[in-house]
Design a protein. Structure first.
Length: 595
């Protein structure tokens, strides 16, 4: 009787202990919920590269963390968070955790007892391969004048819109043989951004960046298959897609004098309707020096590239170079023909209120065009112009500041420059490296451990491209010049920032990561009646200028972002932004992958 009572008491006590321990385990598990405050590149990490996450918290100090392999359920690394860091423009605090020593490919999770656990992430080779390809495929979705077919686009297919075979000559664009309202044909090309217009200035810049990517990483681009109608021919899909826009650009040159129309547009932006439903008349607008020079630069560059693809594009190289020369000659005769939409509207009807792409000077365009023509022709007259307009400072390349593209080309062809031009190439290297070194200072103590995003001035319209991506591309060039791995690391850090290691916790590329842009200012995505936006598109990013006058929850520069369709100041997409993102993501994977 005694033994039975003892046994029952023991059993009851043991059962209670098991329940208690189970409860503790359960409570611990519940406490470690997935936390959006643990931020990192939402795609993951390369095995041999730096691995950093940031905790966005005002209260956490130097705490322990661990890395769990989700496939084995084992803790594979333990460490401590950094001391808290404060941004230069807000009182928000971050702490950094580093686990670079974890190199085995697999699926992992960060665990911080004081915070919770992170979303799962991968460590894998070719980390950026898919997003680089998605970024390239984004241009296919922007094609005008053609159906976007289901076998290439899946659920984002659509019928053709904007055939642009009956485009009118605007009163500002009249020339001999092309009177007002004469009908011309100007099909193809890419829709520029969230709207349905086509702009030569922005197209020229975009083509220049994509062709630079090909010239720098041709072997990698041969392996890309974007599943577009031209896939499988003898030309890389990067060039197949780019040619769709080049073909349209060629139609924007006035055959009578070689000048180039500034844009093809409806007078006012269409509403958020499908391309097939757009009925407004479309015009080509006045010729400008910046359009002519961006046209000349990108086509001179294209002429030397497409000469290797005569089978798929017969005669294209010769045609491009001839058109480039004519446009450059027109620009030399019309150096002050800058675009002013306000002045144009005072003189001509109908008024035009779509994107202006105006500029205050064409000096940088003259430099870029002259460099490209010189490299393609070795004609010294172009070298003299390049020397005349050579910049004294490296400026991150954007559509309105294109001298950097000329410097990229000089750096790329440095080994083949002759005595007459090698000084330009040497200067280009010097200026770019001076910028890269300056941008690299104090990165190790920055709130998000990235060169970009440390200053309030880093945030503006299109900053994810024109601040983060182009700076990253510049670091790629600095690495190519010197072989210094720190530049490559900083390029990857900027990509990490864009893909999630930032103040908003967003991955700013549609269809990627666990928290990505869902409602871009993009007529194609808004009008297709699908919940998911067209994938692979880069959103503009935080912009304290708030030009769209939307209601923002904060004035802190790096948090001034709205994932709302109405927010064109932070959430629009654009082909120029896309090109820089595609350059950076593709270049990084080409260098860091093990293929």
């Amino acid at each position: 009787m005694y033994h039975k009572q003892f046994y029952n008491t023991y059993s009851t006590t043991l059962a209670l202990a098991i329940v208690f321990l189970a409860g503790l385990i359960s409570c611990t598990h519940k406490e470690l919920i997935e936390s959006d405050s643990i931020r990192f590149n939402q795609l993951g990490f390369y095995p041999s590269e730096e691995k950093v996450a940031v905790v966005f918290s005002d209260s956490i100090g130097k705490e322990p963390f661990s890395i769990r392999n989700l496939e084995t359920n084992k803790i594979v690394f333990k460490g401590k968070l950094s001391e808290p860091r404060t941004s230069s423009f807000s009182d928000k605090k971050t702490t950094v955790l580093t686990f670079t020593d974890v190199t085995t490919p697999g699926k992992y999770q960060i665990e911080i007892p004081a915070i919770g656990k992170s979303h799962p992430f991968a460590i894998k080779d070719n980390l950026l391969k898919d997003i680089a390809l998605a970024g390239l495929k984004g241009f296919y979705y922007q094609r005008a004048s053609t159906p976007i077919e289901e076998k290439y686009a899946g659920k984002w297919n659509r019928p053709a819109g904007h055939p642009d075979d009956k485009v009118l000559i605007h009163a500002s664009a009249v020339s001999p043989g092309r009177p007002e309202n004469k009908i011309i044909s100007s099909p193809k090309g890419w829709y520029d951004a969230g709207d349905y217009n086509k702009y030569v200035v922005n197209s020229g810049f975009t083509v220049g960046v994509l062709l630079a990517l090909y010239e720098d990483f041709a072997i990698y681009t041969y392996r890309q298959n974007a599943n577009i109608p031209e896939s499988g021919n003898g030309t890389p899909d990067l060039l197949n897609e780019t040619y769709w826009n080049i073909d349209w650009m060629l139609s924007m040159q006035d055959p009578y004098d070689g000048g180039v129309y500034h844009k093809l547009t409806e007078p006012q932006f269409e509403s958020f309707i499908k391309p097939i439903d757009c009925k407004k008349p479309r015009y080509v607008i006045t010729k400008t020096v910046t359009a002519a020079l961006d046209f000349a630069a990108s086509l001179a560059q294209a002429s030397r590239i497409y000469s290797d693809y005569e089978t798929d594009y017969p005669g294209a190289s010769e045609k491009m170079l001839a058109a480039s020369r004519r446009a450059f000659d027109w620009a030399l005769k019309n150096p002050t023909a800058l675009y002013s939409q306000e002045q144009m509207n005072e003189k001509f009807d109908p008024d035009v209120t779509t994107g202006a792409y105006g500029d205050r000077t064409a000096d940088d365009e003259f430099f870029w065009a002259a460099v490209e023509l010189y490299i393609s022709t070795q004609d010294e007259k172009y070298l003299k112009v390049a020397e005349q307009y050579a910049p004294d400072k490296y400026v991150l390349p954007t559509w309105s500041r294109v001298s950097g593209l000329g410097e990229w080309t000089l750096i790329r062809y440095a080994a083949s420059l002759d005595e007459k031009s090698e000084a330009l190439g040497a200067k280009a290297k010097q200026l770019l490296l001076a910028y890269a070194d300056s941008a690299s200072q104090k990165v190790e103590t920055s709130p998000y451990l990235a060169p970009y995003g440390r200053d309030a001035k880093d945030f503006f319209w299109g900053c994810n491209s024109d601040g983060a991506s182009n700076q990253g591309a510049t670091f790629i060039y600095a690495w190519m010049i010197t072989g210094n791995k720190s530049y490559l690391t900083n390029a990857l850090r900027n990509m990490d920032y864009v893909l999630g290691r930032n103040a908003t916790g967003f991955c700013y590329v549609t269809g990627q990561g666990y928290k990505s842009t869902m409602n871009p200012h993009h007529r194609l995505s808004a009008s297709d009646e699908l919940e998911d936006p067209i994938p692979g598109l880069l959103a503009g990013g935080p912009n304290p200028g708030k030009q769209d006058r939307c209601t923002y929850p904060t004035d802190i520069p790096d948090e001034c972002y709205l994932d709302e369709q109405a927010s064109y100041a932070t959430n629009e997409i654009a082909i120029n932004w896309q090109s820089l993102f595609v350059y950076l993501s593709t270049a990084l994977d080409a260098v860091l992958s093990n293929e």
